[in-house]
Design a protein around this ligand. Structure first.
Ligand SMILES: Cc1ncc(COP(=O)(O)O)c(C=O)c1O
Ligand SMILES: N[C@@H](Cc1ccc(O)cc1)C(=O)O
Length: 460
């Protein structure tokens, strides 16, 4: 085989393995029916290659496991907290750091401390848990992402960027005092893992600060974002990902993080800020929802693993192999003519269900069905990211009809090999040949909050 460019390889070797289970199509069809056509409701034991999420599904390193042994489980003043604080300060640069049990714990605290009921929150496309907490705190989310983000085939290199005109229009219409903050997710999960450029982040920060509006970063996958900046933005080619990440954070006032992604752990979150008054409020509220400020719902050993995970995550070769594995999988599908979101994102490959199942109307949940069918045919589990995930407008009660109707195939870090992606890609290509036979779904159970996690469906 001739290589068109220099190949890459993982900067680690495998020390421990976990067997995978294969099942029959008959068994999977039965399991899917029992799960109400919702991949979240399957038993993980019935899944072969699990691409549901990259959240908490990471493989930890030998150093992370070693550090877990020295976790300090003190209720108050844990040494492991002070170590985590030091490492986070070094790599993210914020003054004040609090651990939380996971990302949504951080979002809950931040939303409660910063949103006055009736205020608006601007952002670059909604994220499910983030918007839910903003709404529970009395806020209304307004999407100010660039239009390209809503187009699955646009090849804009920074589809996560904020549209500065949309943001300025919002400020002029509502008044700066009625905007609690602007939240920048980088990369944007729901848009397909699409990054935000440094230039855009800087411009957003300038515009927001000119009007006295705070910038809150969702830094959950910030290191992936920094890698894209290094690869795609002029002036960053020779800068280390570690530096780029630090500079990006410096344009924001606060950040929430689900550590279950970039930080290579199975549980954990962070809320960080520079303002002592905000810190004071967060520190006061954290004891109500999470625990003492020096453990925030985590064990000491979890904080040790997070700190070590962050040190590993910012290494250029580690992040390059992470993103390039996603790219490898995406290219297999793209080259076979399977409709996916382009450019290929940082944490997963997203199938375009509008194109894949073009005969199923959005009201019959084509992405939900595609995720279910993929599982039945191959044992590969992905998740819906379309009309079900988008939920309902909190004022009118109507479904949102998002432009993107996607199935996300998310890549856990350091878990699967290229051969797993060959098998997953082959299964999708086989399914694509028979796509006209698929039928849509109707929703038969809809929970009040974050419905996609637990909704149930029947086949039409
Ligand atoms: C971009 C983003 N923000 C926030 C969260 C919330 O984090 P968690 O799942 O740890 O609560 C997630 C994942 O849920 C995410 O992908
Ligand atoms: N943040 C995780 C877990 C999650 C999944 C879906 C959600 O809508 C919310 C949370 C992820 O993106 O995979």
């Amino acid at each position: 085989m001739a290589f068109s460019k220099k190949p890459w390889a993982e900067p680690y070797r495998i020390k421990v393995v976990e067997p995978l289970k294969t099942t029959t199509r008959e068994h999977r069809l039965k399991s899917m029916k029992e799960a109400g056509w919702n991949t979240f409701l399957l038993h993980a034991d019935d899944v072969y290659i699990d691409l549901l999420t990259d959240s908490g599904t990471n493989a930890m390193s030998d150093m992370q496991w070693s550090r877990m042994m020295i976790g300090d489980e003190a209720y108050a003043g844990s040494r492991s907290y002070y170590y985590l604080e030091e490492v986070c300060r070094k790599y993210y640069g914020y003054k004040y750091i609090l651990p939380t049990h996971q990302g949504r714990g951080a979002e809950n605290l931040l939303s409660k401390c910063t949103i006055t009921p009736g205020q608006f929150v601007a952002g670059n496309m909604y994220f499910t848990t983030t918007r839910q907490h903003q709404e529970i705190a009395g806020g209304t989310f307004v999407d100010v992402i660039i239009d390209e983000a809503h187009k699955s085939q646009s090849d804009h290199p920074f589809k996560g960027n904020i549209d500065l005109d949309k943001f300025e229009k919002l400020i002029n219409e509502k008044g700066a005092g009625n905007i609690a903050y602007i939240t920048v997710g980088a990369p944007v999960n729901m848009a397909g893992g699409q990054p935000v450029s440094m230039a855009n982040m800087k411009a957003v920060s300038e515009l927001a600060h000119k009007h006295g509006i705070k910038v809150v970063l969702d830094a959950t996958r910030n290191i992936e974002n920094a890698y894209f900046i290094q690869q795609r933005e002029e002036g960053y080619k020779n800068r280390a990902v570690e530096d780029i990440n630090h500079e990006f954070c410096s344009y924001s006032d606060a950040a929430t993080v689900s550590a279950k992604k970039d930080l290579y752990v199975n549980i954990g979150g962070l809320v960080m800020c520079n303002d002592p008054d905000l810190f004071d409020e967060l520190r006061s509220l954290i004891v109500v929802y999470e625990g003492m400020p020096t453990y925030g719902g985590l064990a000491g050993r979890d904080m040790e693993a997070m700190a070590q995970g962050l040190i590993e995550a910012v290494q250029d070769d580690m992040i390059a192999s992470r993103v390039r594995q996603v790219e490898y999988f995406g290219n297999l599908l793209k080259d076979a003519g399977i409709p996916i979101v382009l450019p290929i994102g940082g944490h997963g490959v997203f199938l375009d269900a509008r194109k894949f199942y073009s005969h199923i109307p959005q009201s019959q949940f084509p992405a939900q069905k595609l995720a279910a069918d993929l599982y039945i045919e191959s044992g590969v589990r992905g998740m819906e990211r379309g009309i079900v995930s988008a939920g309902r407008n909190k004022d009118t009660g109507d479904h949102y009809y998002p432009a993107l109707e996607l199935v996300r195939l998310t890549i856990p870090r350091r878990v699967y090999t290229q051969a797993h992606f060959d098998v997953a890609a082959w299964s999708i290509m086989e399914m694509y040949k028979n796509r006209e036979k698929a039928r849509g779904l109707k929703m038969v159970y809809e929970p009040k909050y974050l419905r996609f996690f637990q909704a149930r469906f029947e086949e039409l």
